[in-house]
Ligand binder design. Structure first.
Ligand SMILES: [Zn+2]
Length: 96
């Protein structure tokens, strides 16, 4: 293997760290993105920038959003979500 090829591979491996670092910050696999970035840096860089990792996906459902905002509460009897000022659970009809 001649030196210029080794040098190119070395540069590619270093450049590959950039999309890998971006992907890592989004909770994606560093190693997979490093290989991807080393082989296809031009494609991997924008792909890493626009990639949506597990952390950037919204995992909060509308129901949980209401609970977080204090607009709803859980029934202590059946765990149904009810509006915050309800006095009776609409599901199990227990007093709240
Ligand atoms: Zn209930």
């Amino acid at each position: 293997m001649d030196e210029s090829l080794l040098l190119s591979l070395g540069i590619a491996a270093v450049l590959g760290l950039i999309p890998a670092a971006i992907a890592r910050s989004k909770g994606l696999s560093f190693i997979e993105w490093w290989i991807f970035g080393t082989l296809l840096f031009i494609i991997a860089l924008p792909a890493a920038i626009f990639a949506k990792g597990p952390q950037s996906r919204s995992t909060v459902s509308p129901t949980n959003q209401l609970l977080l905002e204090g607009k709803a509460k859980r029934c202590p009897h059946c765990l149904a979500v009810v509006v915050i000022d309800a006095t009776e659970c609409p599901k199990c009809h227990q007093a709240l």
